[in-house]
Design a protein around this ligand. Structure first.
Ligand SMILES: [Zn+2]
Length: 578
């Protein structure tokens, strides 16, 4: 080993042009463990590692990349500790929750999830998330993630195989390598299925500990299945694999932790936890991921009362985001109304408010007691979009009463601890991976500043976040369509050029410039009720996108064709044909 290190050092010194060095000078570092900001530091990155941190004057080699960190804040790269790559986050992600296969077949959705995995990874990196933990994948995703190893644009991916469960929703049966669940009927099954996962190299094992699906009371059901849960945990540990458990009731969570669960992937949501539960988690060093925003995603989508921040409208996959509004025009109005009525019922609203109040109070209790909390979104579920929903989760954690330093710890070092990777990443220390984000503003003052990213550094490679995802004509047009439907004037104007021209086809100029557009559209967004634009068809030809639109405009319905011309990554001209 020493020989190898010596050789490496000699090699690096002799062949210095071959290794890349980056100097981030005069920067304020967030020491997430000590919860303090350290100003005026220079951080030196050699290849993919942090090789030195020092204050004061420093001599910089001529061939090094230099980033002036003055006035900026350096944070370890973030971790989203609960995502699902097999789910896209849009309306068609969960056939077991709402079956819309007549509108969009689930086979197509599954294919799309694979095709957009690279896009999802790029979005995570763009948002400063350099590590993602998929706590419920399938064999095909364990395979696909291999293709992203050593790709600079991809965060580090940690992943389980299919969820081991005593209950499987019908919609997911017989999907072979795509199946996100493995049904376990008894203790022998449990052991066998852990072993079956081993050749697929999961980073850990996930259990879906569902109580009550067998018709029994929660506690009786939980205890009945306990021997299976216990056997899975033991077999996983025997093979040096940690175990994550989905357990949303206090009893299932408690039984799981008492029997060796390492990571609880959700909050306890059925009761306010007591001190003995808090102490149990503390004693066992169990990490808990609260996933606060995921229910709201469902509730607001089905209730058709979604709100999207400018950040989400800009950072999310625009097609998945757009699909969340499809309920406004789908032909199966019977089904759509059934979901809307259910979500809008007094009983359901009361239930959701109660769950939110309990999870929020439980989080504060655990965090105050020093239980390790890890930030995770459950992204991929309907209404919880990959990467862009992370900021919402941070804001929800803050509303529960966690302070910003604790939220920063939950989003960095605690995420690394889930898989004992705290010596590899999660803090800014010599020898750790150079996975970092350089922020324009202080995240301790305002947690939302983690989205003000100047540079992302992944495996030592420096990225301007704007360059991580290639802009396309179709994405520009889709973003303005989404913002139109959300009546968000800032997000609506973002894809347009400052000197945009709007014509009635073929050549009658009706508007010129963003200022004029702002005036007209802002007034319309404010005044017109029931505004909704449905895309009936789309043709993309080079820098031109032609949309056939059906617009609900108050009581009127207008059909039109819009031709968008894109220049220099902005919409420069629009022609409307009535
Ligand atoms: Zn999940």
């Amino acid at each position: 080993m020493i020989k190898k290190i010596l050789f490496t050092v000699v090699f690096l010194v002799l062949f210095s042009p071959l290794f890349a060095q980056t100097y981030i000078t005069n920067v304020t570092i967030a020491d997430v463990e000590k919860q303090k900001l350290v100003p005026n530091q220079t951080v030196i990155i050699t290849n993919d590692l942090i090789s030195k941190i020092q204050s004061g004057k420093i001599k910089i080699p001529t061939n090094a990349i230099v980033i002036d960190g003055k006035g900026k804040y350096l944070l370890p790269g973030l971790t989203d500790a609960h995502v699902h790559f097999f789910q896209n986050g849009g309306l068609y992600a969960r056939p077991d929750v709402i079956n819309l296969s007549s509108e969009f077949p689930y086979e197509k959705e599954m294919k799309l999830a694979h095709e957009t995995m690279e896009d999802k990874l790029r979005r995570y990196l763009q948002n400063g998330i350099t590590n993602v933990i998929d706590v419920g994948a399938s064999y095909s995703y364990l395979k696909q993630r291999e293709s992203f190893k050593n790709k600079d644009f991809a965060p580090s991916i940690y992943m389980t195989g299919p969820l081991l469960t005593t209950y499987e929703p019908k919609a997911y049966e017989n999907l072979k390598d795509e199946e996100p669940f493995s049904l376990v009927k008894n203790v022998d099954d449990g052991i066998k299925m852990v072993q079956e996962q081993l050749p697929h190299h999961p980073d850990f094992i996930k259990i879906w500990y569902i109580a009550g699906a067998d018709g029994l009371e929660t506690e009786a059901s939980a205890r009945k299945n306990l021997p299976i849960i216990k056997a899975i945990i033991e077999e996983a540990h025997k093979n040096n694999l940690k175990v994550a458990v989905h357990a949303t009731e206090r009893i299932t969570a408690q039984l799981a932790v008492e029997n060796g669960c390492d990571y609880l992937v959700h909050s306890v949501e059925d009761e306010i936890i007591k001190d003995d539960f808090v102490q149990l988690l503390k004693k066992n060093k169990t990490i808990l991921c609260p996933t606060l925003v995921v229910y709201n995603g469902y509730e607001n989508t089905f209730g058709q009362k979604l709100q999207m921040s400018n950040h989400e409208l800009q950072a999310a996959d625009p097609f998945q985001l757009g699909s969340l509004l499809d309920l406004k025009h789908l032909s199966d109005t019977l089904l759509v109304n059934k979901y809307k009525r259910r979500i809008d019922s007094e009983k359901e609203i009361a239930r959701i408010n109660k769950v939110n109040a309990i999870t929020s109070e439980n989080l504060k209790k655990l965090s105050d007691a020093g239980v390790l909390i890890a930030t995770g979104t459950d992204a991929g579920n309907i209404g919880t979009l990959h990467a862009s929903s992370y900021l919402n989760e941070l804001i929800a954690m803050q509303k529960s009463g966690m302070n910003n330093w604790k939220i920063i710890q939950a989003s960095t070092i605690n995420g690394a601890k889930i898989l004992n990777k705290e010596n590899e990443f999660g803090t800014i220390s010599v020898g750790k991976k150079a996975n970092l984000i350089l922020l324009d503003a202080n995240p301790v003052d305002n947690i939302e500043n983690v989205s003000k990213i100047y540079r992302v550094i992944n495996n030592g490679v420096v990225f301007n976040p704007e360059s991580i995802i290639e802009e396309t004509p179709i994405a520009l047009v889709q973003r303005q369509l989404n913002a139109y439907n959300f009546r968000n004037i800032e997000a609506f104007l973002e894809p347009y050029a400052d000197d945009v021209e709007i014509y009635n086809y073929p050549d009658k100029l009706i508007e010129k410039g963003k200022a004029e557009m702002r005036k007209n559209y802002a007034a319309m967004f404010e005044k017109v009720p029931n505004l909704h634009c449905e895309l009936m068809g789309r043709i993309v030809q080079g820098n031109t996108v032609i949309d056939k639109e059906r617009v609900q405009f108050g009581k009127e319905i207008v059909e039109a064709v819009a031709i968008y011309h894109i220049e220099n990554n902005k919409i420069k001209k629009v022609y409307f044909i009535d």
